[in-house]
Design a protein around this ligand. Sequence first.
Ligand code: ADP
Ligand code: MG
Length: 633
Amino acid sequence: MATETFEFQVEARQLLQLMIHSVYSNKDVFLRELVSNASDALDKLRLAALREDGLDADTSDPHIEIELDQKARTLTVRDNGIGMSYDEVGKLIGTIANSGTAAFLQELKEAQDAAGAEGLIGQFGVGFYSGFMVADEMTLVTRRAGERSGTRWSSRGEGTYTLETVDDVPQGSAVTLHLKPADTDDQLHDYTSAWKIKEIVKRYSDFITWPVRLLPQATDGEETPEPETLNSMKALWARSRDEVSDDEYHELYKHVSHDWRDPLETIRLQAEGTFEYQALLFLPAHAPHDLFTRDFRRGLQLYVKRVLIMDDCEALLPPHLRFVKGVVDAQDLSLNVSREILQQDRHIRMIQRRLTKKVLSSVKEMKANDADKYAAFWREFGAVLKEGLLGDTDDRDALLAVASFASTHDEEAPTTLQQYVERMKDGQDDIYYMTGTSRQTIENSPHMEAFRDRGVEVLLLTDPVDEVWVDVVGEFEGKRLRSVAKGEIDLDVQGGEQADGGREKQAETYAALLGWMKEHLGEEMKDVRLSTRLTVSPACVVSDAHDLTPALESMYRAMGQEIPSARRILELNPAHPLVQGLNQAYQEGEDRSGLSETADLLYGLAVLAEGGRPTDPGRFVKLVAERLERTLR
Ligand code: ADP
Ligand code: MG
């Protein structure tokens, strides 16, 4: 077949540009990435050989080899792993199939300085393409295990690549870098130097479970020495803590997570007894872009006695810990277990429970000992952890113990529920919260007025999941969790002003107006009543205590569920001149059509204030404009 030329997908091209004009200062890591891919390919071959009976693959001496050619200035990383088919090369190397890519590239465009761009590249990780940091041309020759012909891919990183079918290709992949011209001052980055390559492999890839061999360079006349194995292949999780440096742990994290940055926390766990296993878990420092998408790849690597038997093993952790990366190595599991069986396996469930406890206790410790680290962790992953509160889980208490929330108590520092309870006022029985899209919209919402006036603390919940868990959890230490935007609020705490006698009298004064308005606003309204939560605004809309909030309704609708709109309640502030004036006009029997308009306007304002949309926005705007115009006459 002839050589065909293809264009890189737009995103891939943009990334390549970045690589070539290298925003990343540590170029050595290209080798880590190529060795990591080769190691993955050997893992995949082992797993495929295990699963597919008839696979015609060579598994006799799985290894990775590096070949240097000083004269030609090339470096080749070769593996005899799974390889890629012609189509796979186009798909895997020609495109970037990560759902976060678009968002990532947007951020990249916005990052003006090199440091910002470097941070972003780091968080994305660009694997194979990182070769272009040091090479001006890359060639990949590969043959998929079980297939006959191979594929040759080649690119100068400039927008196009070529593909060609080739014969007589060994199984696996060989990536050859045509290194950029040598910089004579730059001895440190001479990637044709055996010494340099040994150092990089030792530093970044020592734990790789397959041998990484350096082929001897051809020297004229002399006898060629044996290839040298550069890595110890020792499993880090099987070594004692003081034998392993933090950097080594971090490199393992990068290999399993494909993240380029150090993890926030490393968690070790050794379980002894009848069912023995070791785990090495990592909390990433940053949430990946696709954490909330369907195709997020969650799960840990599962080993049985040092042999990888499953990548992305989901059964080892609950969904709300899906951001945790790492390795579990068990002593007594069948090598040939399927995902379905694992989901049911008693031992795996035991491991899951134990790992979950361990992660949560580590977070708790972090919270007690390193406030900044905890804050960073919670900012990145709090919203995911809170998903754990939605189910009927054993770890609800542990989750609530490490959870923190923004609160009116402090502009900056979030609070725990425990701390909230300790600050509750005499006579306050409930924990108040309000949900919304941002701290600012919540704080400006009319629902907060009475709380602010009386100094009652309110939790400000801005993650979509907050709408739901508060209902599911219901209470904390016997105190109800109550939305300030739901039900009747009786702020009978110290400092509460309104006497009951005053309220009764007010109720009488307004009874007729309220009745008329309810009738006027019609079906949409469940009730129109006087408010105890407003001090400044004329009106607000609230939900009944057990109804879904509008935000929740739209969430369910977005998930495709049909639900009727809950009827809302309009509350009027009897202390507001507009409401007082309306009442007076009503009692004086003023023109009903003018009154109707005022009632509609009041309702529209209340809806707007909670971030909603008036029923008929066009008419609302017209009415407001007319009234404003009158003020100018
Ligand atoms: P990642 O490793 O994070 O998936 P890379 O850019 O490093 O991203 O690699 C892209 C994909 O190309 C890999 O997921 C893999 O499917 C394929 N690939 C890369 N190198 C090899 C290799 N040596 N053997 C087989 N497949 C490979
Ligand atoms: Mg990779």
